[in-house]
Design a protein around this ligand. Sequence first.
Ligand SMILES: Cc1cc2nc3c(=O)[nH]c(=O)nc-3n(C[C@H](O)[C@H](O)[C@H](O)COP(=O)(O)OP(=O)(O)OC[C@H]3O[C@@H](n4cnc5c(N)ncnc54)[C@H](O)[C@@H]3O)c2cc1C
Length: 413
Amino acid sequence: MATSNNVTVIGGGIIGLASAWQLAVDGADVTVVDQGAPTNTTSVVNAGWITPSHIIPLAAPGMVATGMKNLIGRTGAFAISPSAGPAIAPWLAKFAAKCTAEHVEHSAPALKELVELSINIVDGLIANDGLLRTKDKLWMLFTSDNAEHEAKHEVELMEHFGVNAYEIDAATCSQQEPILKNNIKAAVEFATDFGVDPRQFNEIFKKKCVDAGVKFVSDTVVGLDAQTNGVTITTKNDSWSSDYIVLSAGIWSRELVKFVGGNLPMMAAKGQSVTLPNIENMPTHPMMLSDQRITLNPLSWGLRISTGYKLTSSNDLSIEKKAIDKLIARTRTVVNLPEELPVKNELMGMRPASPDGLPFIGALPNNPRVVVATGHNMLGLMMAPGTGRFVADIVAGRPVSREILKFSPARPI
Ligand SMILES: Cc1cc2nc3c(=O)[nH]c(=O)nc-3n(C[C@H](O)[C@H](O)[C@H](O)COP(=O)(O)OP(=O)(O)OC[C@H]3O[C@@H](n4cnc5c(N)ncnc54)[C@H](O)[C@@H]3O)c2cc1C
């Protein structure tokens, strides 16, 4: 069923781009409005992992204890900023309430469906659109005294959800990847997971949008007014009406949705990365340094190293030098880096984090003309292609599966 709707997509990050493309392919007349230069959005600065194995929501048993350990230990991996404001208390309470085995069993099949659809589309981009991926698969590396136990537990958990992950010989990791020091005590390989360059990923979606006739407007949305037959969008410089809007403005959707009577209980979760060019022994595997809570991804132009999950204000857009220094120091405990790092390409991004670890995809209960697509937290790059497909289904009135309905913004949290 094609659609002839006129749709405005608010936000040109990866979720907005993937949605706009699918809507335009469906026959809709699509405009994307974004307030800023698309070069440094969260969608471009992230770690660049495509991890179909990640179908367990962040709100899972043990996460509260892990968070507390990181908070007290001041590792920099998890932090709460005073600027998070009063919204943080109810968010944390909701998060803690969802850290149950029941919630994981409820959520994993829905995340799996979204991820599988996304990966099919990503495979198409690799085959037909020149998307580059890392040659090798993702490794999770453990260095603590408890390493073997943790690696086994990870594999068992993955087996339970049908994910292909297995232990590999830790001693050979540093032989295969000489950038690693000799302190790896256990290692798990994820057969399905790999890395991409998020910049190229976004550029490919942007090109697909342009080729499909999507129009781009550079402006800031400052108001929305929903009526029964459409929505009026007001920007700093203009105003127009559309049959539907897609609200995909990342963490900033939280404020915008209030104009149309919605409520998205999200927090901004800030993360930082550096990308180091000219590194000797550039690895071929993307790697998770599990005990250091650091991700590595070899891009064609440098080694991207990311970390940090700081619940904060959505205006907290500074690069934090101290956190970057800690990130590099923690990386050095496992990875051989040169003494001097003359160029670091420091970046930060804001994850839109829902308290139950699931994205919000669906029409607002009080207004079917407002379709929300946000809250993808740590996995928005990977989940964007499938999200875009479901957004197009929802706007066209095609039925979506029972699992995808679990992402409805009307769900109880
Ligand atoms: C350090 C880090 C590492 C990560 N690693 C990974 C990873 O390896 N794999 C993965 O899948 N995900 C990863 N993520 C998560 C992923 O980056 C996000 O989930 C994803 O980018 C969210 O995309 P988005 O389009 O929803 O939001 P954004 O990229 O934030 O885009 C929102 C857009 O809305 C625009 N906007 C906001 N307000 C307005 C307004 N009023 N008017 C007009 N435009 C507006 C903004 O300019 C912005 O361009 C990581 C995130 C971080 C921070």
